[in-house]
Design a protein around this ligand. Structure first.
Ligand SMILES: Cc1cc2nc3c(=O)[nH]c(=O)nc-3n(C[C@H](O)[C@H](O)[C@H](O)COP(=O)(O)O)c2cc1C
Ligand SMILES: [Fe+2]
Ligand SMILES: [Fe+2]
Length: 410
């Protein structure tokens, strides 16, 4: 790859990682990119670095534009290793550079790298003049770590947002308007769902902070650069809906099966859910990356767990998924459970107990079927799915009415 120009004097100098398939628990079936940006003005600035194995790629890209020794400022928007991994080599190559981060960011980098670099901590809203242009630092706590900030260039109207608005996908094309929103958005969605949805309230606050900015381009630290009015509008609308927890008319069925019996139930339950007014999607936990299930379920109105009884309890692959439901940490989730058993049963009460203990509302009376479901039992599965869809919608409407009444009382 060559450096890519975003505007006069502003370049993408990052690295494309075609091979990565797993990113601290998040599946990355199409690889990723680590985006660094170089601004050449009276002062020269490098915004974020890359994962350490890609360091030479980064320095190679910078060298095609300027000698790295000329870098005056290195900005660390976020200290996580995928963006800080090359700092050691970069600070060696640019020994006169000042390393800028948020107050917490400086602390974090000191703890992580134990180096006596020439640090400068910047405050929220502080500006740095580069000569012809300015960089404004906007604290964005919890997107993705507590120390994270954005850098905004008002003259070029570019927001360098680090993890926020990013997505894991490796491409040779750098811009969203060339790739198309329908291509980019699913990566943006699963990235948000897996990494940022846990900090939904903080994300909503940051969305408020950047709402008034004049933005022509958003350069995140992973995946395509967002460009073009329609693309940026689609991105902002998606983040608005996700951060405000606008639930989709969807049910996600998360299940496992040893002999296919719970699997048969899933098909009938899904038909019932659909007749109850929610689109149904089923994911076999044994065959699916958790991040895919989370991207499907994090704003669905109903979640269903299907588990056979295994040693008087929940089938372990299904049980293992329960902690992933904590993303986002809101307790809006409405859940219904079902599954096949042989003699004692046990998966249904244990699922109900485990999910209730997590703080979710579970529909009473999960549905159980002994061994292979009969056609009457499959009808009961359809009826169960329909009833669960209606129950979830009613319960969510009741919650919303309760919240509205509480807000009025305040
Ligand atoms: C390893 C194993 C352990 C099981 N333990 C129990 C049990 O403790 N209690 C019970 O009622 N059924 C038990 N069963 C029976 C299954 O729950 C039953 O066969 C069910 O139909 C399997 O559903 P599936 O095809 O969706 O996996 C067990 C089955 C297997 C294979
Ligand atoms: Fe991160
Ligand atoms: Fe990252």
């Amino acid at each position: 790859m060559e450096p890519v120009k975003l505007a006069d004097g502003v370049y993408w100098v990052g690295a494309v990682d075609w091979d990565i398939r797993e990113f601290h628990g998040l599946g990355t079936p199409q690889g990723s990119t680590y985006n660094s940006y170089l601004i050449v003005d009276e002062k020269t600035v490098l915004i974020d670095t890359v994962k350490s194995p890609e360091t030479e790629t980064l320095l190679g890209h910078v060298s095609k534009i300027i000698d790295p020794v000329k870098i005056d400022y290195v900005i660390s928007n976020h200290s996580e290793y995928d963006h800080s991994g090359s700092l050691g080599r970069v600070m060696e190559a640019a020994p006169g550079a000042t390393l800028i981060a948020s107050k917490d960011g400086v602390k974090r980098l000191e703890q992580m790298f134990h180096q006596d670099w020439n640090f400068q901590a910047v405050a929220d809203g502080e500006e740095l003049s580069l000569g012809g242009r300015t960089l404004r630092f906007i604290y964005a706590p919890l997107l993705h770590w507590p120390e994270t900030m954005f850098s905004y260039c008002p003259e070029d109207r570019i927001l360098f947002s680090c993890d926020a608005f990013g997505g894991h996908v490796a491409t040779t094309e750098r811009f969203s308007d060339k790739l198309g929103v329908p291509f980019v958005m699913p990566y943006t969605r699963s990235y948000y769902a897996f990494l940022l949805a846990a900090f939904r309230r903080a994300a909503a606050q940051v969305m408020g902070k950047i709402a008034g900015l004049d933005i022509d381009m958003i350069g995140p630290s992973h995946g395509p650069i967002w460009r073009g009015k329609d693309d940026l509008a689609a991105l902002m609308e998606a983040y608005r809906a996700w951060t405000s927890l606008e639930l989709e008319d969807r049910a996600v069925i998360i299940y496992g099966t040893m002999w296919g019996n719970t699997g048969h139930m899933v098909e009938a339950v899904a038909e019932g859910v659909s007749s109850g007014g929610l689109e149904a999607r089923a994911f076999n936990v044994q065959l699916t990356d958790p991040s895919e299930i989370i991207a499907g379920s994090f704003i669905s109105k109903l979640i269903m767990f299907g588990s056979p009884t295994f040693e008087s309890g929940i089938y372990p692959p299904v049980e293992a998924f329960i902690p992933y439901l904590r993303v986002p940490r809101d307790k809006h989730k409405k859940i219904a459970v079902f599954g096949s058993y042989g003699w004692s049963g046990g998966s249904i009460p244990k699922l109900t107990q485990a999910l209730t203990a997590e703080g979710y509302e579970v529909m009473e009376e999960g549905l159980k079927v002994r061994f292979t479901p009969t056609s009457e039992e499959l009808d009961a599965c359809r009826e169960f799915g329909r009833r669960a869809a209606e129950w979830a919608r009613e319960r969510l409407a009741a919650d919303a009415a309760g919240e509205a009444a509480a807000a009025e009382r305040q």
